[in-house]
Write a protein that binds this ligand. Structure first.
Ligand code: SAH
Length: 214
């Protein structure tokens, strides 16, 4: 399979033609080899328009969702991004091209180890993968200018919102009636404002401020 050609086509058809306009995001996704983050048996579907299973019953996010989250974070290149839910490491690899540094937290140690290996193997050096309950954020590293949460929270995640810098953006799927709602929060002059990006489906955020203790 010609992965670079499939990737270029994915960027045009699934992203640009479906509302992703941030050129930096389109370029970043066009540079990350998604096939490396997908389990061997699904590799031929690496550029399909869908999430795919990874270990521990989790999923690697659909490319469009990764793009929508990155676009909503409005990254300009100088930010330190906090990511919750490393999963395969794919979205961290995309974020690594859009910001200075990415701190990514995953609750499953086996996924964190695998993600570190793939990120190293493709030369990504500005992502730090930690194991723990990301719903608590990282108080000693806060505030963050951008926070990306890749698992559905039961409601607005108070602790993580508390770690958002003034002027910062936090993107999170929030459980709604029968669907999840991808939402962006912005903090301006101390005030939080939220906007709906659109419906989506994610695995649940499991943790202290998720669905039950981790
Ligand atoms: N963005 C990832 C996909 C993430 S799937 C990718 O591109 O591959 C969501 C991930 O969130 C899962 O791996 C799950 O284990 C993790 N997760 C769920 N709750 C968490 C929590 N409280 N802290 C850290 N990780 C969590």
């Amino acid at each position: 399979m010609d992965f670079p050609a499939a990737r270029a086509e994915m960027v045009e058809r699934q992203l640009r033609h479906r509302g992703i306009t941030d050129e930096r995001v389109l370029v970043a996704i066009g540079e990350v080899p998604r096939e490396k983050f997908v389990p061997e048996r699904y590799r031929s579907r690496a550029y399909a328009d869908s999430a795919l299973p990874i270990d521990e019953g989790q999923t690697i996010s659909q490319p469009w969702i990764v793009a929508a989250i990155c676009q909503a974070l409005e990254l300009r290149g100088k930010e330190v991004v906090l990511e919750v839910g490393t999963g395969s490491g794919y979205s961290a690899a995309v974020l690594s091209r859009l910001a200075t540094r990415v701190v990514s937290i995953e609750r499953h140690e086996s996924l964190a180890i695998a993600a570190r290996q793939v990120l190293n193997s493709i030369g990504v050096a500005n992502v730090e993968v930690m194991v723990g309950d990301g719903s608590q954020g990282i108080l000693e590293r806060a505030p963050f200018e951008a926070i990306a949460i890749h698992a559905t929270a039961p409601g607005p995640p108070a602790t993580l919102l508390g770690q958002l810098a003034d002027g910062g953006r936090l993107v999170v799927p929030i459980a709604g009636d029968g669907t999840d709602l991808l939402t962006v929060f912005r903090r301006r002059n101390g005030e939080l404002q939220s906007d709906l990006i659109g419906p989506c489906r994610f695995v649940p955020l499991v943790g202290e401020e998720g669905f039950g203790p981790a």
